[in-house]
Each structure stands twice: as structure tokens, then as C-alpha cells.
Design a protein around this ligand. Structure first.
Ligand code: ZN
Length: 337
């Protein structure tokens, strides 16, 4: 019985293919990370595939691996085999899954990084039991994922959802996507900096510590610094976080008007500063949602798995693929290495 359970839940590798680093981990069927390899992300497609190949082979030497999942920040096609476009990676319309499958002789799947994180939180973390959930990962921008009736919603072309680029302010701040007034321009780590500088420009509060820092060197300000200053009670930083909380609550109300989720998971780097904004965001969310006061609200929680969520989710999705295809034998077991 024990052996059958072990066979049904093989080890898989989940890889977070970030713009700076590749993090590849061996993950078990309970979402536990057993081993991790980290390498810098090369700048050419060939070098990147070589680096991924090396990382997986290193892990295969130490563990019996059945499949590999890649979490990628970019557009993945609907069958999850090809990276259409990834702004921080050298792949464009590249059949990454096929290339790596041939090299590694293992099933390889791709997944949008927010989808992978959503899946991990649903299976093992903050969204456990939340069959209709939204994940909003707030960092430099917003990454988002939708779980509908217990399934990831990928849209017709594999690019849904781009919630960060919902326009919340007509003619608002310009966005690298080419539009103006996108949600993530007001609700991200980058937005914390922009809001602080805007607030100082329109209503200089020279007396606060943060204000003096910004005036001395505006280029040195980071979202993390704003959040830290808010924690220390700096009035400018507190006002910036309140503005952020309002945009977060408002955006989540839009999202809930469309999808009516039961659970919203706030992830990404900014989520670590949740005590500085989450209560206010919940209040704004409850005010801004259509039918406020006459409907149940989604629970809003922060990530449980943190930065590892994408990797764990990619590994778990790879495991599901393995079960579907019935390929249970590991590369290590078949290899003569
Ligand atoms: Zn945009």
C-alpha cells in the first residue's frame, strides 16, 4: 500500500525561471521542497536552455524525478508548450517544453508564474479549499491568476488574466504596456515610489524623514523603503500606503464584480508589508464592491507559500501531467548515470 502511494505521488522538479535567477526545486506530493539548485539566468535562449538542462540533471542525480514544470513570467500558449513572449527572458515563440523534453527525456510543462503560484496556494497554501479564488501578486507590477471551479482559468489563448492592466484611471500614469492608468501603476511596489514623489510634488511635507530622503535623492527610493517608513509611522509613507490600500481595495472590488471569488490571495514582494495596508484595503473593497452591504465578501488573505509558490505549483502541475500520461518511471531510474 505504501509503495502504491509512493508510485502515485512521484517527485517532480519545479523551476522558477526568473529574469535574474533560475531556481529549480525537487518537490514531493505534499508540496514540500526537498532540494534546490539556483543559477543565474543567461541572456540567450540556448544558454538558458543549457542552464535549465544542467539544473535538472543535477537534481536528477540526487533524486528520482518524474517530470518538470517551469513557471515563467510571460505569455504561454494554450497547450503550455511554447513561450510566446516573456519580457525578461530571451524566448519568443519558442517551443521550450518540446526542446527540454527531448533533451531531458522527461515530460516538461510550462505555466505562467502567477498561475503556478495560484495552483500551489490552492493545493497546499492560503487558497486551500477555495475553489473560486484569485491570486494577485504585487511586486514591480501585478501578476494575477484565476481559479474557477477548482481549475486554472487560462483563457482561449493562454494569456488570461492581465488584471494589472485594467484601466482604473483614464489618462492616468503611463504604463510600459502602452496604455495609461493601469491598476498596477497605482498598486505595486513601483506605484509606492511614484505616489510618494507625486504627493511631495503637490503637497511638500518636508518635515518627514522619508520626505527629506526623497528630496535629497529621488532615484534612491524603493517600495520597500516606503513600506518600512510607514511601519515606523512616517506621515508621508503612511499616506502613500493608505493610497495604495485604496487602489488595492478598489481593484479587488472590480475583480470580484466580474468573478465573485470566495478567496483572494495577496502575494508578491509587497505582501510582506500587509500590516501597513491590508485592513484599509479590505475596508475599501467592502465599500467599493457592487451591492456593498448586501452580499457576502471574499476573504482576503496573504500568501502562505511566499516566493516558493511558483516553483511548487509548477512541480505540482508537472505531477498532474505525469498522472495523465501514465509515465511513472523516473529519468534517474532509466538513466545509466
Ligand atoms: Zn498597463
Amino acid at each position: 500500500m505504501t509503495a502504491r502511494v509512493a508510485d502515485a505521488r512521484p517527485l517532480t522538479v519545479g523551476i522558477d525561471v526568473g529574469g535574474t535567477n533560475i531556481r529549480a526545486s525537487v518537490v514531493d506530493g505534499d508540496g514540500e521542497v526537498l532540494d534546490t539548485v539556483v543559477a543565474p539566468t543567461p541572456h540567450s535562449a540556448r544558454a538558458l536552455e543549457n542552464a535549465l538542462d544542467r539544473a535538472v540533471r543535477e537534481l536528477c542525480r540526487r533524486h528520482p524525478i518524474g517530470a518538470v514544470g517551469l513557471a515563467v513570467a510571460g505569455f504561454i500558449n494554450a497547450d503550455r508548450s511554447t513561450v510566446r513572449f516573456a519580457p525578461h527572458l530571451p524566448w519568443q515563440d519558442t517551443p521550450v517544453a518540446q526542446r527540454l523534453t527531448e533533451r531531458l527525456e522527461l515530460p516538461v510543462i510550462l505555466e505562467h508564474d502567477a498561475n503556478a503560484a495560484m495552483w500551489a496556494e490552492y493545493r497546499f497554501g492560503a487558497a486551500a479549499g477555495g475553489h473560486n479564488s484569485v491570486l494577485v501578486a504585487i511586486g514591480t507590477g501585478i501578476g494575477a491568476a484565476l481559479l474557477i471551479d477548482g481549475e486554472l482559468y487560462r483563457g482561449t489563448h493562454g494569456v488570461a488574466p492581465e488584471l494589472g492592466h485594467l484601466q482604473v484611471v483614464p489618462q492616468g500614469r503611463s504604463c510600459p504596456c502602452g496604455k495609461r492608468g493601469c491598476w498596477e501603476r497605482y498598486c505595486s511596489g513601483t506605484a509606492l515610489v511614484d505616489t510618494a514623489i507625486e504627493m511631495l510634488a503637490t503637497d511638500p511635507v518636508h518635515s518627514t524623514v522619508l520626505a527629506r530622503e526623497v528630496l535629497r535623492d529621488p532615484g534612491s527610493l524603493t517600495g520597500r523603503r516606503v513600506a518600512g517608513a510607514a511601519q515606523d509611522g512616517d506621515p508621508l509613507a503612511v499616506a502613500v500606503m493608505a493610497d495604495f490600500a485604496r487602489w488595492l481595495g478598489l481593484g479587488l472590488a472590480f475583480v470580484s464584480d466580474i468573478f465573485d471569488p470566495g478567496l483572494i490571495v495577496i502575494a508578491g514582494g509587497v505582501s510582506s508589508s500587509a500590516p501597513q495596508f491590508l485592513d484599509e484595503a479590505r475596508e475599501e473593497y467592502a465599500r467599493a464592491i457592487t451591492g456593498a452591504g448586501h452580499r457576502p465578501l471574499a476573504r482576503i488573505r496573504t500568501t502562505q507559500l511566499g516566493e516558493a509558490a511558483g516553483m511548487i505549483g509548477a512541480a505540482e502541475l508537472a505531477r498532474a501531467t505525469l498522472a495523465e500520461t501514465g509515465r511513472g518511471r523516473s529519468w534517474a531510474a532509466r538513466s545509466t548515470h
